[in-house]
Design a protein. Structure first.
Length: 400
């Protein structure tokens, strides 16, 4: 036992000597100190839980977490490994060597040359640790139970949250600590970071042991041929909608339906009244049906919507899949219906004027070309103005 203790002491003395030789750079000192560092040992009772607990902050070189509060960004990275210990940047002002053993996440206190418990994931008791400086001595208090939260990177349930308070030595004034709370989700790692000034940083993206967040999924989108559609004079409008479904995962995805209907689309007005239902004029078999999307594959459904006698205003077009499992992959978009243009009127002494004004008066010259206008229609043209619709027969008549 004495020889083992002596060997450990010699190893620590050697590490301290390497740090001194490396110079005064904080980063380089941390890297040198970690080379050959032996990880902490766990109690036998904790070892069985070790692999599961380690998933709350997966330590693997290349893993990284980006968190944002709307204006600022915080980044946590596992930059390198030395045996079972890993160099982690982002928790404090300098990188720290961290390791898992049993149910605990440990941190290397370089000044004291010893491992300290950073978080004990299986205990509700407070713990204490130091990240090196007098102003980085923390008390860790677990929040009892688990929390669920939604971040830009996804929704996480059964997450574990820990509150950190600084316990500086007497007569030492310290700046605000680098964080006041940390929330970890299994298999994802750090998903939320609370600051002493009240700000909260939520996970926006991460790379965790080959997995990316937000997780790839099946994405649905809905587009229309135009954001604005003008009503016809008879109150009719036509909208062309396209529903697009894409499998962005690495596995085939099968969609199951209770009947032959595998698609649904509705149009509602601003009051929520249903104006159009895609399935209303279609028939479907009563048998179960399915379709499968391979990784990277897409499926597109088009529909031409004709609305009759509807007023101008905003519409909501919504499409989804009526699956048996209840996952709808819903997508929606808005379309503005513009009022129909005013009618065009025929005026003038000889009925030769087509305009949007009624009872237009002109002088009464008799010209042969005025007769030609009787062969065509006075209506609104492509430029939005009222005018005579020119047909080959009218052009020939006017050219005489």
């Amino acid at each position: 036992m004495g020889s083992l203790h002596t060997a450990r002491m010699n190893k620590l003395i050697g590490l301290v000597a390497l740090v001194v030789a490396a110079g005064c750079g904080v980063d380089s000192a941390a890297v040198v100190a970690g080379d050959g560092l032996t990880g902490p040992t766990a109690d036998v009772a904790e070892t069985e839980q070790g692999l599961t607990i380690a998933n709350y902050l997966p330590l693997r070189a290349g893993n990284g977490w980006t968190l944002e509060d709307g204006t600022s960004t915080r980044t946590l990275r596992v930059t390198r490994a030395s045996g079972t210990v890993h160099l982690v940047e982002g928790f404090g002002s300098a990188p720290a060597w961290m390791a898992f053993a049993g149910t605990r996440l440990w941190i290397w206190n370089q000044g004291a040359a010893k491992w300290e418990t950073f978080v004990n994931f299986r205990s509700n008791a407070e713990t204490q640790f130091s990240m090196g400086s007098p102003c980085e001595q923390f008390t860790v208090t677990p929040v009892r139970g688990t929390v669920s939260l939604t971040t830009p990177a996804g929704t996480f349930t059964a997450a574990k949250r820990y509150q950190f308070t600084v316990r500086p030595p007497p007569y030492v004034r310290c700046a605000q600590p680098p964080f006041s709370s940390l929330t970890f989700a299994e298999n994802a790692g750090l998903v939320e970071l609370g600051m002493a000034d009240g700000r909260t940083f939520s996970l926006t993206r991460a790379t965790v042991s080959g997995r990316t967040y937000p997780m790839p999924t099946v994405k649905a989108s809905l587009t229309t041929d135009a954001a604005q559609v003008q009503l016809g004079a008879d109150g009719t409008a036509t909208i062309r909608a396209t529903y697009h479904l894409r499998n962005e995962t690495s596995q085939p995805v099968t969609f199951q339906f209770s009947s032959g209907q595998q698609f649904q689309l509705e149009v509602t007005n601003a009051s929520g009244d249903i104006l159009y239902v895609w399935s209303a004029t279609r028939r479907f078999t009563g048998a179960l049906s399915t379709f499968t999307l391979q990784p990277g594959a897409s499926k597109t459904t088009n529909d031409t919507i004709t609305l009759h006698g509807v007023p101008a205003g905003w519409l909501v077009v919504k499409a989804w899949l009526p699956t048996r499992m209840g996952e709808t992959f819903e997508a929606s978009t808005k379309v503005e219906l513009l009022a129909a243009p005013a009618s065009c009127f025929i005026g003038g002494c000889s009925g030769q004027v087509c305009s949007d004004g009624q009872d237009v008066v002109t002088s009464c010259e008799a010209r042969p070309e005025y007769v030609c206008y009787r062969q065509t229609v006075c209506e609104r043209q492509a430029d939005g103005q009222c005018g005579w619709t020119m047909t080959p027969a009218v052009r020939q008549c006017l050219g005489r």
